[in-house]
Design a binder for this molecule. Structure first.
Ligand code: PLP
Length: 437
């Protein structure tokens, strides 16, 4: 049934020259060729098998080709593959119901095509709701590649895209590379909050529509915030009538061992953006989950925005099947177990053997290895070291997620304990083969 032909791989690479790939110079990439996926495994056209420790772009939380999700999409495709957004459709209604069942105290869902336009629309809602413009977000963040979302992004991808007004950035907490000379998590959290408070005061609190943060910044390095930080932002938002938007696009839907990362902190958001894990990316989709008091604004006046594919039936069917399967198979609990019992201890043990690992941080199936040239100075390794490590891992059948000087260990949440241990052993071997940085 799943015949793999080496010639198809050659043809895929040949025709790949017709594609301008994301974030790259045309013709400069040599993308890893993937033919098939099942569970936590991928195969290339030569039949080589890989363990997926990336979940692609940290989105295939339920693994590849989950039979319930595949079947739901197939059934929906035959029944009604697409429908206009201004219709009522049972699958879409059920998708909203399932999403709202994973989060307390929020009232409705606005569907988009992916994460960036989820952020885009959340910012728009905050601006309409408050009548203000400015958005405060973190330098260490990624919020997507569209107008307001890329301007809210703090990392280097914002540069060259700064065409929008009203975006202000601050440093969030990150003890290992503290901007605040902090020596404890508590200090780091307090000082980062004080910094955010001063930025808002200096910019004019009455000019802010939103504070927009990832509850655990993902691409920026999996930066679990100190206890109290998110709650502090909540209080800051409340004091000044600012909307708190939590961007759960990467951290949401089980990745951290709770349905949403902010649920570890017990903080109450006004808007939550989601995509990726909501249906593990089988069909592109995202959206905004909206609190009742913001929804009130859109009872008074229409939301000034919409998309042809909002609540697309194939996406909706895949959301219903994904959330049902995650619930029935206790997949969020599995993510918590993998983090607490296998990945956390296993990665910390690797750090004891390999001085290149400066810090291990994360929770659930959301971990980063911060690689350093020198443990004393914490100087990051350069890109060539990460590229070599990536090649060593791929050779050994391990698909990594890399960013800057880091390896992010972000497998599908359905990974078995034994596969997770195999991955840790491959990491150990590849780090040993890498030698000293
Ligand atoms: N927000 C966060 C936190 C993300 O990690 C991403 C993508 O990685 C996005 C937004 C953008 O999502 P998309 O690529 O689906 O537009």
């Amino acid at each position: 049934e799943h015949q793999l032909h080496p010639a198809d791989g050659d043809r895929a690479r040949e025709l790949d020259r017709l594609i301008l790939h994301s974030w790259s110079k045309h013709g400069s990439t040599n993308p890893f060729t993937v033919a098939r996926g099942e569970g936590v495994r991928l195969w290339d056209h030569d039949g080589r098998e890989y363990l997926d420790f990336s979940s692609q772009l940290v989105n295939t939380n339920i693994g590849h080709a989950h039979p319930r999700v595949v079947e739901a999409i197939q059934r929906q495709a035959a029944e009604l593959a697409t429908v206009a957004p201004a219709t009522t459709n049972l699958r879409r209604s059920e998708a909203a119901e399932r999403i709202l069942s994973t989060i307390d105290g929020l009232a409705a869902v606005f569907f988009t095509n992916g994460g960036a336009d989820a952020v885009e629309n959340a910012i728009r809602m905050a601006r309409v709701h408050t009548g203000r413009t400015k958005v405060l977000s973190h330098y260490r963040s990624y919020h997507g590649n569209t107008g307001a979302a890329i301007n809210a992004t703090g990392d280097h991808r914002r540069l060259g895209n700064e065409f929008a007004l009203g975006h202000v950035h601050c440093f969030g907490p990150f003890l290992y590379r503290s901007e605040f000379w902090a020596t404890s998590e508590e200090q780091e959290g307090e000082r980062a909050l004080q910094h955010a408070r001063r930025v808002i005061e200096s910019e004019g609190p009455e000019t802010f529509a939103a504070i927009l943060v990832e509850p655990v910044p993902g691409t920026a390095g999996i930066l679990v915030p100190p206890p109290g930080y998110l709650q502090g932002l909540r209080e800051l938002a409340d004091r000044h009538g600012i909307v708190l938007i939590l961007d759960e696009v990467m951290a949401g839907f089980g990745r951290t061992g709770h349905w949403f990362a902010h649920q570890h902190d017990g903080v109450r958001p006004d808007l939550v953006t989601f995509a990726k894990g909501v249906n593990s990316g089988y069909v592109p989709v995202g959206g905004v989950i909206i609190a009742e008091h913001i929804l009130g604004t859109f009872r008074e006046r229409p939301i000034p925005g919409g998309l042809t594919y909002a609540g697309h039936p194939l996406a909706a069917a895949s959301i219903v099947a994904t959330i049902d399967a995650m619930t029935d198979e206790r997949i969020v609990e599995r993510a918590a177990h993998l983090g607490a019992d296998i990945l956390g201890p296993g990665l910390r043990a690797l750090a004891e053997r390999h001085p290149i690992i400066g810090e291990v941080r994360g929770r659930g199936c959301f971990w980063a290895l911060d690689l350093v040239a020198d443990r004393g100075t914490r100087e990051p390794v350069d890109a060539s070291v990460v590229a070599r490590l990536k090649a060593l891992l791929l050779e050994r059948g391990y698909v990594p997620f890399t960013a800057d000087n880091r390896i992010h260990v972000t497998p599908p949440l359905v990974m078995g304990d034994d596969d997770a241990r195999v991955g840790l052993a491959i990491l150990d071997e590849a780090l040993a083969a890498l030698g000293s940085p």
